[in-house]
Design a protein around this ligand. Structure first.
Ligand SMILES: [Zn+2]
Length: 68
């Protein structure tokens, strides 16, 4: 009668964060179909824009490789 806790953990894998467009309601994971482009004023950040209406959703730090 073993009940591996790992199985339960896998079952409840953390969901990816989902972003929503407040202008048109489009939703997609953070790594989904958003149009990501650099922020001119800040090279360390990128802006996420809605692919449907172009509304800017958020800005985030530029994703860096885990090992440089
Ligand atoms: Zn939108």
């Amino acid at each position: 009668m073993s009940r591996p806790a790992l199985r339960d953990r896998l079952h409840r894998a953390p969901r990816k964060s989902v972003l929503y467009c407040q202008a048109c309601g489009h939703d997609s994971p953070a790594d989904g179909d958003w149009r990501v482009s650099p922020v001119d004023a800040d090279p360390e950040r990128v802006v996420y824009a809605c692919p449907d209406c172009g509304h800017s959703i958020t800005t985030r730090p530029v994703a860096r490789p885990a090992h440089v």
